[in-house]
Design a protein around this ligand. Structure first.
Ligand SMILES: CC(C)(COP(=O)(O)OP(=O)(O)OC[C@H]1O[C@@H](n2cnc3c(N)ncnc32)[C@H](O)[C@@H]1OP(=O)(O)O)[C@@H](O)C(=O)NCCC(=O)NCCS
Length: 205
């Protein structure tokens, strides 16, 4: 398995990346925004993306986005092809995209939003902390990226204050505290279920 920093020579993978994201969104039913090939190619071209390849075969992907004049960067769109899941590949991609973000934007706060417990666990191990949406970028363009997520109406109703996703942030300038490096997954599963009951019930009324 090769983990590479993307460039234009990887454009041939943009379609399979979009298709895998779309298929996974259908299967999971929540919390994944669709992306176009143009959108993916822009990230491949500017070297702000990581690809995992098994020989020539697409295995996984994640990209960096820059917000608020480089004060914030987001690590988004993590996807592992179903054939390669459960082998620690997402963890390797996440680590590579995190290291690339730190190298290219050393002073930026790194953040992500997710409904996925797997992603929360990986972020936590990298030093991210759960935060409210108000601590993330206030750039409206970031939230526009959620328009193709099926829960976008919740985000609109709450004026981008909360949604089913949890915000997580790595602050390079925060003082490191010695604490448990394991995420309290029980608490987050419970929180997600409370949010679903609250927001999805309202939606049905
Ligand atoms: C989520 C996803 C990226 C995980 O990829 P993967 O390569 O199978 O993950 P890894 O094998 O590297 O596992 C990383 C950690 O997450 C855990 N994990 C993986 N899938 C999980 C799941 N569905 N639920 C809970 N934990 C999970 C693993 O146990 C591992 O934790 P550990 O180190 O404590 O054992 C992959 O399932 C995927 O592409 N899903 C669809 C897209 C998606 O949900 N993207 C995230 C959008 S925010």
């Amino acid at each position: 398995m090769k983990i590479v920093i993307a460039n234009e020579s990887y454009f041939k993978y943009s379609q399979i990346i979009c298709d895998t994201i779309e298929e996974s969104a259908k299967v999971r039913g929540t919390g994944i925004a669709k992306r176009t090939t143009e959108y993916i190619e822009k990230r491949l071209k500017n070297g702000n993306a990581i690809l995992a390849l098994d020989g020539d075969k697409f295995a996984g992907f994640c990209y960096i986005e820059v917000w608020g004049h480089e004060k914030f960067v987001a690590n988004s769109g993590l996807i592992v092809h179903p054939d390669y899941r459960g082998q620690g590949l997402a963890k390797q991609i996440k680590k590579a995209v995190f290291e690339l973000s730190r190298k290219k934007f050393p002073d930026a706060k790194i953040f992500g939003i997710t409904t996925g417990l797997a992603v929360m666990k990986m972020n936590y191990e990298l030093g991210y902390k759960p935060v409210t949406f108000s601590e993330l970028t206030d750039d409206p363009e970031f939230w526009k990226g959620c328009q193709t997520c099926k829960n976008f109406d919740i985000l609109t109703r709450t004026e981008t204050k909360m949604c089913l996703c949890t915000g997580m942030l790595y602050d390079p300038h925060a003082k490191k505290k010695v604490e448990d490096s394991n995420l309290n997954t029980k608490a987050f599963t419970r929180l997600k279920s409370i949010k679903e009951q609250l927001f999805l019930k309202k939606k049905e009324k």
